[in-house]
Design a protein. Structure first.
Length: 132
């Protein structure tokens, strides 16, 4: 089974968290689900560098991330692949971004996060943020 090492950003602005909705993908079980933006770590790339690069590429968001910003790591097995996802807390000075790869985006209070349909690997992060 293919294993991916990925990073995700918990983008926070004035107490709200940015939730990004995926579009139609290769697998129905992650299509149109909400997630924390991010992506795959390139060979020999540091995790914090990967999240900075992914946010620039996917959203035109520029952040400085340190390894100490790691919020939590999730290991999840989907039917066709497994992932290890390192989620970093990123506080933004402004809420501006360009949605290049996602079909929708919502800024939500942490307690509201469970109302969305999340990708399974993102659920533990969402639940911790929501205080569940």
């Amino acid at each position: 089974m293919k294993h991916l090492e990925v990073v995700a950003a918990i983008l926070e602005y004035k107490g709200k968290i940015l939730c990004m909705e995926r579009g139609k993908g290769k697998y129905d079980y992650v299509s149109f689900k909400y997630e924390f933006p991010g992506g795959k770590i390139e060979p020999n790339e540091a995790r914090h560098s990967a999240i900075e690069r992914e946010l620039r590429e996917e959203m035109d968001v520029h952040v400085d991330v340190k390894e100490e910003d790691l919020y939590m790591t999730v290991h999840h097995r989907y039917p066709d692949f497994s992932i290890t996802m390192h989620a970093f807390m990123c506080h933004l000075d402004r809420p501006d971004f360009i949605r290049k790869e996602h079909v929708d985006a919502k800024w939500m209070a942490p307690k509201e996060l469970p109302t969305l349909d999340w990708a399974a690997a993102d659920v533990p992060i969402m639940e911790k943020l929501a205080g569940k």
